[in-house]
Design a protein around this ligand. Structure first.
Ligand code: FES
Length: 187
């Protein structure tokens, strides 16, 4: 009888320990996805020093501020200033990859191509990459929330980077397509 009681208490203690561990696991996951990034209470996330971002290079970061969901962001410096692009392709949201050798973002899913200014230069994507807010202050660079294409905020950012004049109405119905050509093609 005593042996049975001992086994029962041991089993209960193992179950209790497992329950506690599972609960802690959930807490860690909840904290990961529900809390804002620790760097800032304003949704801005520190990604480096200004000197880390050289013209023509792109760096990848995971931004944790969009409703707690991790979001891949490319941050780089154009000749016009700092820029941050959301990693998701404008076609069906696959993550694009930066190819430093040819200075283009390539989508592995259906072949969309974007130049360093985020402009679609090939493939089925109907519009440019979405931006993220990017702030340079006191020698530090911060990334903020996504700025969706088609919003006034997106247009304002594109204007601030001098990109708007490069676009013409496109051939994909209801969308905008770029008139820019592949780098090096002379157009
Ligand atoms: S998802 Fe990128 S081209 Fe289709």
């Amino acid at each position: 009888m005593a042996a049975t009681t001992g086994r029962r208490s041991f089993a209960l203690s193992v179950i209790g320990t497992l329950g506690t561990l599972i609960g802690l696991g959930y807490l860690v996951v909840a904290e990961r996805f529900m809390l804002p990034p620790p760097e800032s209470s304003s949704g801005l996330q520190l990604v480096g020093n200004s000197s880390d971002f050289q013209t023509g290079a792109m760096k990848f970061f995971t931004y944790l501020g969009d409703a707690g969901f991790p979001d891949g962001v490319y941050v780089g410096r154009l000749t016009q200033g700092l820029v941050a692009y959301d990693e998701h392709c404008a076609h069906l949201q696959c993550p694009v990859q930066w190819n430093a050798g040819i200075q283009e973002f390539l989508c592995p899913c259906h072949g969309s191509i974007y130049n360093i200014e985020g402009q679609r230069i090939g493939g089925p994507a109907p519009h440019p990459l979405n931006f993220h807010k990017v702030v340079e202050k006191n020698g530090k660079v911060y990334v903020g929330a996504i700025i969706q294409w088609g919003t006034a905020e997106w247009t304002a950012m594109a204007e601030s980077l001098g990109l708007i004049g490069k676009w013409v109405p496109g051939t994909i119905p209801g969308t905008v397509q770029y008139s820019v050509t592949q780098p090096g093609s002379g157009g």
